[in-house]
Design a protein around this ligand. Sequence first.
Ligand SMILES: [Zn+2]
Length: 447
Amino acid sequence: MERNRLTFDHILTPAGTLTRQSLSIDEDGRISAIEDAGDRPSDGFFAVPGMPNAHSHSFQRALCGHGEAAQPEESVKDSFWSWREDMFRLAAKITEQDLYVIARQAFGEMLAAGFSSVAEFHYLHHLVDGTPSPAMGQAVIAAARDTGIRLLLLPVLYQNGGFAQPPGAAQSRFVHDEIGDFCRLLEQLSDAPLGLAPHSLRAVAVEDLTAVLDAVDSVLGAGYPIHIHISEQMREVEECIAHHGVPPLEILSKNVELGSRWNLVHGTHFSADELALANASRCQVVLCPLTEASLADGIFAAADFQRMGGRWAIGSDSNARIDPIEELRLLEYGQRLRDGLRARLAGEQSLGATMWQQACDGGAAALAMPVGRLETGYFADIAVLAKKGALNGPAPELLADAMIVGGSRQDMAAVYVGGELRARDGAPLCGSSDQDQDYAATVARLL
Ligand SMILES: [Zn+2]
């Protein structure tokens, strides 16, 4: 294999699946040319753009398997809100070294699964004793650097415990009362590409957002991506209507200028008007189907949004299961089960090609990075699937469909970031058995 050239039996491009293609990669890690492979030897079977992971809380990887037993009698407790109590208990204990170990594990698994970049929605800010410090964010940046995943760090602004409610003690590590203190943290973390994440309309007063953006502009310049949790749970929608008289996206749109830099995480309970507003504003909706299912959030109106031409991305969110193929399969199957109809998110290029490319394009917009396409000028972030299992047999034009309905991260043979090999045969290259033990010991101690 030449260092600056990769050849594949089939590649997924925005124009469809092409056969026997070679990608030239320049010194910046970008694709400089794509041409017929001629008689060059193959480096892999089916290459697709590496998936941008548009929403992750890497520390929540440690909660995998926790909180799954039924609560005696009070079934109402088995909800998003009861899970959140478990998450708060974990968040209170994690040191910067713990966070590095857990994030390294999560990022390594992302790479092994075909996610080549990640938007990390980072709200564990202060040290365990409450001292303000950039050390927690720096731990995330170090974990990304050591695994080789491409990172957009989204420091989270968190101020309230609910609509017009003060934060609780469990939220104290997340909170910046003063926007000036938050801006200082942004300056301290500016080694990494940064965006901004007002946590939610629960945690930041919508009336304050314009002043927040003005303050953050003075550190990050204009145009950085903005991510916000919105309309994940019906209780949040009801509280928003009780407080503001209208649902979340409506009140947000009345207070800020929405646009393609805005990324609306979940949107599960958007009304038809809010869906139309998200589309007209060209915001991305960031969907996290495995987490939304795990937390019993609900089913996003993806088929309606797709028909409008809406832009969406996917994220692994709580990271209990890290697998972009499974995220997309559950997204499609949720729509099928609800509607009694098949191929809900299929476009002109059928299901798999449409979903994968659309999630990549939405994810690239969410990260504000030139990723997500096997085209010249884009970073050579590439996931390569092996010719086995569901992918052994289908005609080339059906490979992406077979991947979505029959594949999984187990089919990933190689993952490249900027043309550099970062995972092979389902394992990150950075990994080691020492690191696995380190992770297991950390989780055991914390939980
Ligand atoms: Zn989230």
